[in-house]
Design a protein around this ligand. Structure first.
Ligand code: DQA
Length: 154
């Protein structure tokens, strides 16, 4: 697999399990915007901000870990780990193991929901965290990860 033209100007937008169903899955929590629309919006914003956004989604923990590893020298990663945020030590370790800044985003306010969603094993190792802003949170997360990347270069 060939990598991006300029990894230092590339951000990975990574979505975890069930987020492929955005748009139709539990619209009260997640809205009606599809994942394709989210990816287009974030890609357009990336263009305005001077970065390429590579989008990926997987329902599998190992595939997400592989994606994180592959992007370890990129400008940053925006990730919605979905339910894996609540218990995947493998994802947490992958995020912790890489240099690139990672910003975690949740569409819903997980702290206003069931108790099991209040636990996060990934949030202690991310460079930023956005939750409860709806799909607009993805745009906030892109801006935040680029800010973190710039801070690390300074
Ligand atoms: C989610 C919140 C998680 O608790 C849930 O399992 C998801 C979506 C969110 O974006 O709000 O799949 O990550």
């Amino acid at each position: 697999m060939t990598g991006p033209a300029d990894p230092s100007r590339t951000v990975l937008l990574l979505n975890g399990p069930n987020l492929n169903l955005l748009g139709t899955r539990d619209p009260e929590q997640y809205g009606t915007t599809t994942l394709e629309q989210v990816e287009r919006r974030v890609g357009d914003l990336g263009g305005e901000l001077g970065v390429e956004v590579v989008c990926a989604q997987s329902n599998s923990e190992g595939a997400l870990v592989d994606r994180i590893h592959r992007a370890r020298h990129w400008a940053g990663i925006v990730i919605n780990p979905g339910a894996y945020a609540h218990y995947s030590i493998a994802l947490r370790d992958a995020i912790d193991a890489i240099e690139a800044p990672v910003v975690e985003i949740h569409i819903s306010n997980v702290y206003a929901r069931e108790e099991f969603r209040h636990t996060s094993v990934t949030s202690p190792v991310v460079a930023g965290y956005v939750a409860g802003c709806g799909v607009f949170g993805y745009e906030l997360a892109l801006r935040a990860v680029l800010q973190r990347a710039a801070e690390r270069r300074a």
